[in-house]
Structures are given as structure tokens and as C-alpha cells.
Design a binder for this molecule. Structure first.
Ligand SMILES: *Cc1c(COP(=O)(O)O)cnc(C)c1O
Length: 387
């Protein structure tokens, strides 16, 4: 399927997938298979061993590449597997500039794995382009960014940030997990590498863990393929199948995620017990203008600050019925969590407060249930605790 011929919604269902030639079966077969018969030594039909390549995985990789408008795609066994693969490109002595609010697992692999290999990281406020610029050094090889960020949904100007990286001969990689390619395609904005946790919106049903890297650079793609085989963090065929099933409904799910999040954000903004709402779709959000330019819609993630103590807030998030108290995001079901004692518990309290992650902060992954039920659920949980 040629990419420029069809729109996103059509490609999400069909790209990388054809009915099975032999049987006509519509769905991509789960090639539960480790090795492949060779016609003569070294003569095979593109597959030798499933760590190196598997047909179900290939279909997924082609589908994801099509959605990001990328020439190349590689799938991994988790989002961390794909992030690790980008870091595999670095050598000791190299330096990386990144955000001070990157995903916790990303911060952990930077500081607790790669710093031991003598790779240095500088964490800056990525909404401040001057701060990015001045963090660059002679040895800087990579700019790693996320947008929107977690949990305050800060927006980073991808085009401007990748221009800074390129002016310093560094690569610009972006974790596009929160936005998904349906809402934001960073390669079109100048980024060199897009990373995904497929575990979130792309899988979409909270039933699979996976990762992916997309690029237009053939040499980078070859390196990523080399690391898939040499390091081995590749997804199995069942996992690849589940993500392929997820991407078919990505556009309709995202439309509902965005619509529900918009309604909840508007409602929260007028709520007397809510001090602040962080949603890039709100005009009050500092990144709203950039988000309007680089995103097609504002996503399903939002945070809000209750006028409440740590304990009261814990009670509110424990008292919902439709929202499930859980970490993670991007599934059809709504989730609620309190960053202070949960996702961001590793950050010392003073540092956490300074970053705006207050005791009363609540993060929600807005699902695709009926918006009225979600709002009523939040209303009951807040009222029963704080009134
Ligand atoms: C979840 C997540 C990851 C890690 O992905 P896993 O699939 O859990 O390994 C990386 N970045 C972001 C933004 C995430 O939300």
C-alpha cells in the first residue's frame, strides 16, 4: 500500500497487511515460529531466525512506519527496549541533552545505566529553548525530548528543538508516546528518530507491552536492525499481533480520548476544589499555541491540582468507581493516579514541589467511556472526600 495514496485512517487498518495469499485470511497470521527452512545453505525467503525477523513483526513495523510517515520502522519488546536501542548508538565520553521531566524509566536508564558507561546527561526545562541551546557541548550527540510531558503536559517546540540539535551536529530523538502519530508526527517537524511505547495508545487495550523506533535515515535504521538482532529486545509474534489489532482503531479511539479529555478539562477548570488544570487544549495552558501548531488535537492525558492535602488527595483517587487507580495510560479504560506517592515517588519532596508536582496533583488517562459518567465519577469522589 503506497503511503501518499491513502489517509491515516485507511493506513492504520491496512498498511503492512494483505490478506494471506494461500487462504485469504484477512488478519495477519501469528507466526509462532523460531526458525525457517532454507532452500539451500544461506538461501532463504527473508527470514532465518525470529530474533532477526518474524513476518508478524514485519507487518507491524511496516504499519507503524506508515503511520509516522517514516521510511523505516523497528519494533521492540518494550518502550524501554526501544529507548535503550537509541542509547546503544552512543559511545563513552558522549553527552546527551534531555528534559528535566522525562518519563521516569527514561530518567532511570540515563542515570543508573548509561552514566556508568561514562555517558553524561544534562536535564533542562525543554520549554526554554535558550536552556536547551546552552546545555549543548562539543561532545553532545543526542537531544532526547518528550512532548507533551508527564505529568504537567508541558509542550516542547519540536521544530525549534531539532533545529538546535542539528546546528550542533547532534541527533534529535523524540518519545511520541503521549501524542501518538495520529496527533503528532515529529519526523515531519525535523526530528531524526521517533520512539514509542506501544504499551500505551498504539496497543490501546492495556494487554501488551511493546516499543518501536521510526526514522527516515537508512543508516540509523540499519543500526537499529543490528541492535534488534545483537541485543535481542524484540517482540514476539503474539505481542506484534495485539499491537496490529490496536492500531486499526487508533484514529477512532484517539478522537474519543481527545473529546472526553476536553470535556473533563473544561469541567475541572470551573470546579471550586480545583486550583489548576494542565491540559494543552486549554487556552490557559502555557504550551497551548505551540500544541495547536504541531499537534492535530490535544490528546487524552491531563492533570489537575486539588486544593487538598496529600492524604485527602489519596482518598479522592481511591474513591472513584469508573476511573481505576493505576499507573500507565493510553488504554480504552480511564485511569487515575497521584504522582506524588506513585509515578513520581522517587523524586525527593522538595525537588518535586519545585517542579510543580504538588501533593494535590492528580493525573488521569481519560478513556473512551461516556464523558458524563467520567465527570460524575470525579464529582462524587471529590465531593465525598472534600465536602
Ligand atoms: C510507558 C512509557 C515508556 C516506557 O515504555 P514501556 O513500554 O513501559 O517499556 C516510555 N516513555 C513514555 C512516555 C511512556 O509513557
Amino acid at each position: 500500500m503506497s503511503d501518499d495514496e491513502f489517509r491515516f485512517e485507511t493506513r492504520s487498518i491496512h498498511a503492512g497487511q494483505e490478506p494471506d495469499e494461500e487462504t485469504g485470511a484477512l488478519m495477519t497470521p501469528i507466526h509462532a515460529n523460531s526458525t525457517y527452512r532454507q532452500d539451500a545453505p544461506g538461501e532463504h525467503r527473508g527470514y532465518e531466525y525470529s530474533r532477526t525477523g518474524n513476518p508478524t513483526r514485519t507487518d507491524l513495523e511496516e504499519n507503524l512506519a506508515s503511520l509516522e510517515n517514516a521510511d523505516y520502522g523497528r519494533a521492540f519488546s518494550s518502550g524501554m527496549g526501544s529507548i535503550n536501542t537509541v542509547l546503544n548508538l552512543l559511545e563513552s565520553g558522549d553527552h546527551v541533552v534531555t528534559g528535566n521531566d522525562v518519563y521516569g524509566g527514561t530518567h532511570r536508564i540515563f542515570t543508573q545505566v548509561y552514566e556508568d558507561y561514562d555517558i553524561d546527561f544534562t536535564f533542562v526545562d525543554m520549554t526554554d529553548l535558550d536552556a536547551i541551546e546552552s546545555a549543548f557541548r562539543e561532545e553532545t550527540e543526542l537531544l532526547w525530548l518528550e512532548t507533551p510531558t508527564n505529568p504537567l503536559m508541558s509542550i516542547v517546540d519540536v521544530e525549534a528543538a531539532s533545529e538546535i540539535a542539528h546546528a550542533h551536529d547532534a541527533l534529535c530523538a523524540i518519545d511520541n508516546t503521549f501524542a501518538t502519530p495520529y496527533l503528532q508526527r515529529p519526523l515531519e517537524l525535523g526530528a531524526d528518530i521517533v520512539s514509542h511505547s506501544l504499551t500505551k495508545y498504539l496497543g490501546g487495550h492495556s494487554d501488551v507491552v511493546g516499543g518501536a523506533l521510526l526514522t527516515n535515515d537508512e543508516q540509523l535504521d540499519e543500526r537499529f536492525g543490528f541492535y534488534q538482532n545483537a541485543v535481542g529486545a524484540t517482540p514476539g509474534p503474539f505481542d506484534s499481533f495485539l499491537v496490529l489489532r490496536g492500531t486499526k482503531t487508533l484514529p477512532v479511539r484517539m478522537d474519543r480520548h481527545c473529546e472526553n479529555a476536553r470535556q473533563i478539562a473544561d469541567w475541572l477548570e470551573d470546579h471550586p476544589d480545583v486550583d489548576r488544570v494542565y491540559y494543552p487544549g486549554l487556552e490557559s495552558h502555557p504550551g497551548h499555541e505551540i500544541a495547536r501548531e504541531q499537534m492535530d488535537d490535544f490528546g487524552g492525558m491531563l492533570s489537575f491540582e486539588l486544593d487538598a492535602s496529600l492524604e485527602e488527595t489519596s482518598e479522592v483517587v481511591s474513591n472513584t468507581e469508573v476511573f481505576t487507580l493505576a499507573e500507565s495510560l493510553g488504554g480504552v479504560e480511564s485511569l487515575i493516579e497521584q504522582p506524588a506517592p506513585m509515578t513520581h515517588a522517587a523524586i525527593p519532596r522538595e525537588e518535586r514541589l519545585e517542579a510543580g508536582l504538588t501533593d494535590g496533583l492528580v493525573r488521569v488517562s481519560v478513556g473512551i467511556e461516556h464523558a458524563d459518567d467520567l465527570i460524575a465519577d470525579l464529582e462524587t469522589a471529590i465531593e465525598s472526600t472534600l465536602r
